[in-house]
Design a protein around this ligand. Structure first.
Ligand code: GLU
Length: 374
């Protein structure tokens, strides 16, 4: 059955660690594998880093630039080269590609989120493989995906993918860094992310010289993607043909089991398009009502608030221990909520002095994370 697959490859797999020049054989096998998957009828998206790395190699820079303007300039040089290489190789296999450059802001606006979603659907209809990267040249620091692991998870949510493959420089996740601990235990399947904490997996965050990620960003990408119902795999970037074997059921890499997916596109946008501006902490009763009974959030259940947000901003909703349970679009600003938290709904108008919505977050604007997707 045709499935939607998002494959993310990082700079550390695409370039030679010593010189920063392109790892052509790896790129060629990615191209072969993805073209083959496309021919089998799958919808395929490639999220590729490398703009900054390739730009550095092109300009003879020996270190990743630190300053923002220089990094953005270097990315502008590298992105064109990168796509040129992909297009040459994919064209050799008669596979059309597209360049899709996104900024975080493109997903925050509901209309542009929907536009991007429709563009992907059209590209799939045309049999094209979109190659996605952050639009590094225009992205501003406050609103950035930051790393392509996160970008790929958000894209997987956006296109409602079945699978997200994170290609990296280790073959799977281990209970400790295998480069330093030879007795580290391999992890093949993660059903719940809490299992990693129980196993005390040390993820570190030391990426390679050239990329920006590390295991930490991969695990948080897995959290986003599995929460959106996308099965996620961390696997060796130098062996992309393993993707086909994994689709045939082989246990390669570390697989993260998906949670039930949010049913509507709008809820996916609330969960993964919007950038939360604050956090609400709830008492146990409110957590139960939201998580298991699909109720709206009322002021009475809020015990604390954090951040400065306006009405209609997105917020993260946590239990009293700070574990995220949901996200939603709030009907009150942080200043209003500071006055009405813990109060019954019918007292709110008197406290604020003007008529006010009954719910703090209506259940239509509430997405239970990793829950039942109501
Ligand atoms: N967008 C960056 C680039 O193409 C990479 C970000 C990352 O490595 O995660 O160079």
């Amino acid at each position: 059955m045709p499935q939607t697959l998002v494959i993310k490859i990082g700079t550390s797999s695409l370039t030679q660690p010593e010189t920063g020049s392109l790892a052509l054989s790896t790129i060629a096998s990615v191209v072969e594998t993805l073209s083959q998957l496309r021919r089998q009828g799958h919808r395929v998206v490639l999220v590729s880093s490398g703009a900054v790395g390739v730009g550095c190699a092109r300009l003879g820079l020996t270190e990743r630039p630190k300053g923002i303007a220089l990094k953005q300039a270097v990315a502008a040089v590298g992105q064109g080269r990168l796509i040129r290489v992909y297009d040459d190789l994919f064209t050799a296999l008669q596979q059309p590609i597209a360049q899709v450059l996104l900024t975080r802001a493109d997903l925050v606006q509901r209309t542009s989120y929907l536009n991007v979603e429709q563009t992907f659907q059209e590209l799939f209809g045309l049999g094209v493989i979109p190659i996605v990267n952050e639009n590094d040249t225009v992205a501003v620091d406050e609103l950035k995906f930051g790393d392509n692991d996160t970008l790929s998870a958000l894209v997987a949510s956006l296109v409602n993918a079945d699978w997200l493959f994170l290609l990296t420089d280790v073959d799977r996740l281990y209970s400790a860094d295998p480069r330093r601990h030879p007795d580290a235990q391999p992890i093949t399947l993660v059903n719940r992310l809490e299992e990693l904490k129980e196993l005390q997996v040390q993820v570190g965050d030391r990426g390679s010289n050239w990329g920006t990620g590390g295991m930490m960003t991969k695990i948080s990408a897995a959290q986003i993607a599995t929460g959106a119902g996308v099965r996620t795999v961390i696997m060796q970037g130098r062996s992309p043909h393993n993707i086909e074997k994994i689709l045939q059921g082989q246990s390669i890499g570390t697989q993260f089991a998906p949670q039930p997916r949010p049913v509507s596109a709008r809820k996916r946008w609330i969960a993964h398009g919007l950038v939360p501006a604050g956090t609400l902490y709830l008492d146990d009763g409110a957590v139960q009502a939201i998580r298991y009974a699909g109720k709206s959030l009322l002021a009475a259940g809020i015990i604390a608030i954090e951040g400065e947000f306006e009405s209609q901003d997105a917020v993260v909703i946590c239990d009293r221990d700070g574990t995220e349970i949901a996200r939603g679009v709030v009907n009150y600003s942080h200043l209003e909520l500071a006055q009405v938290k813990g109060q019954q709904s019918d007292a709110i108008a008197d406290i604020l002095g003007y008529p006010s919505p009954e719910t703090v977050i209506h259940r239509d604007n509430l997405v239970v994370m990793g829950g039942d997707g109501r």
